[in-house]
Design a binder for this molecule. Sequence first.
Ligand code: AMP
Length: 221
Amino acid sequence: MAAKHIILLGPPGAGKGTQAKRLEEARGMVQLSTGDMLREAKSSGTEMGKRVAAVMERGELVTDEIVIGLIEEKLAQPRPERFGGFIFDGFPRTLKQADALGELMVRKGQSLHAVIEMQVDDAALVARITGRFTCGNCGAVYHDVTKPTKVEGTCDVCGGHDMKRRADDTEQALKTRLMEYYKKTSPLIGYYYAKGNLCAVDGLAEMGAVAADISKVLDRP
Ligand code: AMP
C-alpha cells in the first residue's frame, strides 16, 4: 500500500500526539513532532536546544528556520521497512512553514493525503492540558482528573515511576500557546481548505472515535 502523509492540525491539547502514537502502531506511520524534536534538543543540551528553551517555556513559537531545518533533516532519513507515511504533528504552525513543507514534498515527488483539523473547544483545552502528565519511561499519557494512574505515581503500562509534566503545561504558558495558535497557526485552516485537502474531526469525542474518524480519512483513495 502506498504511504500516505497527513498533517494533524489543532490547538495545544487537541490530542494530536495521542492520535499520532495510535497511527504509528496501527499503520506503521512515522510521527514527526517538532515539539518532541525541540524538547529532545533541549534535554540533550545542544546549542540549538539551549537557544529555544526559554521561548518554549513561555509558550511562544521558535523560528521558522529552526523547525523547517528539523523537518528537512527527518525527511532525509531512511524510512522503516513497513512505512505507512508521515504524520506531521505540530508542524507546520505558520504560513511560511506550510509553504516550506509544500516545496519539500514537491521536491521529493510526494504529496499530502489530507490535513486533518482536530476541532476542540477552548475551555476544554485548558482543563485537558493543565492536568496532563506522562510516563518518562514509556511515554504513556495520563491526566489528574480524566485518566489518573491506577496506583499513584506508577505507570499502568510499564510500571515506571518517573512521571513528568511539561514545563509549558501551565495556565500562563497555555494562554500564550493558544494566542500563538490563533494568531499564527489557525490561518492554515483556510490555507489548506483553499488547497482542497482539509477535513475536520471532532477532537473532543472519545479517543477511539477520533481514531476511527481519522482512519476513515486515511482509507479514502
Ligand atoms: P508541541 O509539543 O507541539 O506543543 O510544541 C511545544 C513547543 O515547541 C511550542 O509551544 C513551540 O514553542 C515549539 N514548537 C513546536 N513546533 C513548532 C513549530 N512548528 N513552529 C514553531 N515552534 C514550534
